[in-house]
Design a protein around this ligand. Structure first.
Ligand SMILES: Cc1cc2nc3c(=O)[nH]c(=O)nc-3n(C[C@H](O)[C@H](O)[C@H](O)COP(=O)(O)OP(=O)(O)OC[C@H]3O[C@@H](n4cnc5c(N)ncnc54)[C@H](O)[C@@H]3O)c2cc1C
Ligand code: FES
Length: 262
């Protein structure tokens, strides 16, 4: 299936990397994560380059919903129960700050940014909606109960997060990548032994790419993303929408609905 976003944007046309080069920081992959890293490193005056195997935004990024929200399923009820009030507040605040940052960044970019309310709804279970609202109330967030939402005719109830957002994420990527040090059609195929791997960003990048390239890494049953092994919690975590699985494959967290097939 083609991406709606790709079909309505002109590619950027960054050159491939020719020959050898040296850099303090190598960002592998020009998806949303890599491009934002490049943008903030450039702003901070750090020497970096970003290489993208194909064209920027052409990975998972081009197939996303393009919503910018702090609402990730019915997460807060669970988070409050498992992590306590302070950490749940931190999670919400970090997401609300990211939303503010996107609002600020999009201000200078022609990317169809629009403020929108976000909803999570249930067609049959009002209780889970009420539980979520009660958790949000405890952490001081002004979510609302809705008994009607756009497009879905009959619901048991919904949690409404006011003033969230949506945008054309590839127009955003094209806009924000102007002037960044990017090489397209440049796949990293091998990492030589290194000693100066200071930025955590780079370590994370290597792990993520390693996971993508290793055939033994399990795939998420939700939409097939490569899972990442979380050593601290001994779980398989999905970087795409946050599904999590125990070491033995049993599901811990949605949106996946079943465990891993081994
Ligand atoms: C269906 C779906 C919907 C989603 N909707 C949303 C949403 O609405 N809002 C939201 O915030 N998040 C959403 N997400 C999560 C989303 O995936 C992330 O927010 C983000 O787009 C992921 O960006 P990324 O840079 O991590 O990955 P990618 O976009 O996949 O970027 C990785 C890049 O690395 C490149 N690459 C890989 N290997 C190499 C190599 N060896 N050398 C060079 N380059 C390489 C790839 O070509 C690719 O371009 C959604 C995810 C999915 C699957
Ligand atoms: S692919 Fe969606 S949670 Fe893993």
């Amino acid at each position: 299936m083609n991406s709606l976003w790709s079909e309505t944007v002109k590619p950027t046309g960054f050159p491939p990397l020719k020959g050898d080069t040296k850099t303090e920081v190598l960002i592998i992959g020009g998806g949303m994560a890599g491009i934002l890293c490049a943008y903030f490193l450039q702003k901070a005056g750090v020497d970096y380059i970003l290489t993208e195997a194909n064209i920027i935004g052409d990975g998972i990024t081009k197939n996303t919903t393009a919503k910018i929200t702090s609402q990730h399923g019915l997460l807060y009820h669970k988070l409050l129960k498992n992590a306590g009030i302070e950490k749940t507040k931190m999670y919400l605040n970090a997401n609300q700050s990211a939303l503010d940052e996107y609002r600020r960044l999009c201000d200078g970019i022609d990317c169809d940014f629009e403020e929108k309310d976000a909803y999570v709804y249930s067609v049959s279970d009002r209780k889970i909606i009420e539980n979520e609202l009660s958790a949000l109330d405890k952490i001081g967030f002004n979510a609302e109960f809705a008994d009607k939402i756009p497009m879905i005719p009959e619901i048991a109830g919904a949690v409404k997060f006011p003033k969230q957002a949506q945008f054309h994420l590839l127009k955003f990527i094209v806009g924000i990548s102007k002037g960044l040090s990017i090489y397209e059609n440049t796949r990293i195929t091998e990492l030589a032994p290194h000693t100066a791997m200071k930025p955590q960003l780079l370590l994370n990048g290597f792990t993520a790419v390693g996971n993508l390239l290793t055939p033994t890494v399990p795939r998420c049953p939700h939409m097939g993303c490569a899972l990442k092994w979380n050593r601290a919690e001994r779980s398989w975590d999905c970087p795409c929408h946050g599904s999590r699985f125990e070491d033995n494959g049993k599901i811990i967290d949605n949106p996946a609905t079943g465990g891993l097939k081994r």
